[in-house]
Design a protein around this ligand. Structure first.
Ligand SMILES: [Zn+2]
Length: 312
């Protein structure tokens, strides 16, 4: 009988690290570790690397190490193939060619894999969630930013330089007035439909700085401005999904992240705009479904990437 694989998976966010002990797609134990990566901006490359390694190592110590056979990390950045080498991270510009997996593996004396966080979510969704049974899947993470992960013929597709499916930076508005995105360009879907964009837009219209969750509640209570922002976000998401589908001819799209709490407003608008923008033979053929894994898609995907050897 094969022993069950027990690994730790880590989801690295901007302000905290979430870690879980996972076996066969089941979360056995989890912790949230505070980690303020905004201070990395002022550090040298070497200091930033050391800070990340040490932070992950400290976070690991909060979980039971019993039977742990490896660590899988979902990280917001681009990785060179399956090497675990971080090529670049948009939010931490000084990090380049950082052998994250190898360095951690040496420190922790266990196998470590590291991959783009949105791709991990795609893998998790296809293996355990709403993408099960679909050989081709486009998965979108709808949070502070917008990410994308692509599975083609049951294989995660990462692109030539690890940057495939930068879904958040598909352009959905083209005039000079279009909104500025964190990437430096204008008109990206992330500038209209991310959690950050929704809060920013509501603040501009209503003069109130609040969370997307609260804005959604206002929409449910009949606030037209709040509802309009989610309707627009859905329309822009549909436009971006149509661009991706036109290139890929994929029938199944799944979406995870905090904003799917507003699914009843987002989904009809996504579908209207998607079908309007698709070429006619594909109209009505695409399913867009919310994640069935709450916020666990990324961490389950990161865990499934860990390759452990069973010593006999
Ligand atoms: Zn952008």
């Amino acid at each position: 009988m094969t022993e069950a694989k027990v690994v730790i998976a880590a989801d690295i966010g901007g302000t905290n690290i979430r870690l879980a002990r996972i076996s066969e797609g089941l979360i056995l134990e989890e912790v949230h570790h505070q980690a303020d990566f905004s201070t990395l901006q002022d550090m040298s490359k070497l200091e930033a690397e050391q800070h990340i390694l040490l932070t992950i190592e400290q976070a690991m110590q909060q979980l039971s190490q019993e039977d742990i056979q490896g660590l899988g990390i979902g990280f917001p950045g681009f990785f060179i193939s399956n090497s675990g080498v971080l090529a670049a991270s948009p939010n931490i510009p000084q990090l380049s060619n950082f052998a994250l997996a190898t360095k951690l593996s040496e420190r922790l004396s266990m196998p470590v894999t590291a991959q783009n966080d949105a791709l991990c979510a795609a893998i998790g969704e296809q293996t355990f969630g709403a993408g099960q049974g679909h050989a081709n899947l486009l998965h979108i993470t709808l949070g502070t930013g917008i990410g994308g992960g692509l599975i083609l013929n049951n294989t995660p597709y990462i692109g030539e330089s690890g940057m495939a499916m930068e879904f958040g930076h598909l352009k959905v508005e083209h005039d000079n007035e279009s909104r500025l995105c964190g990437c430096g360009n204008r008109g990206c879907v992330e500038a209209y439909a991310s959690a950050t964009a929704i809060s920013t837009r509501y603040n501009e219209l209503a003069g109130i700085s609040t969370s997307p969750k609260d804005i959604y509640q206002r929409a449910v209570n009949g606030n037209q401005q709040a509802a309009g922002i989610f309707e627009n976000a859905g329309m822009y998401l549909g436009t971006a999904i149509a661009l991706a589908i036109t290139l890929l001819d994929i029938r199944t799209v799944t979406i995870s992240g905090g904003l799917i709490g507003a699914w009843d407003i987002l989904h009809p608008n996504i579908m209207t705009s998607l079908n309007k923008n698709l070429i006619p033979p594909l109209q009505g053929k695409i399913s867009v479904a919310p994640s069935t894994l709450q916020d666990n898609a990324g961490i389950l995907g990161a865990a499934s990437l860990v390759i452990v050897s069973h010593a006999s």
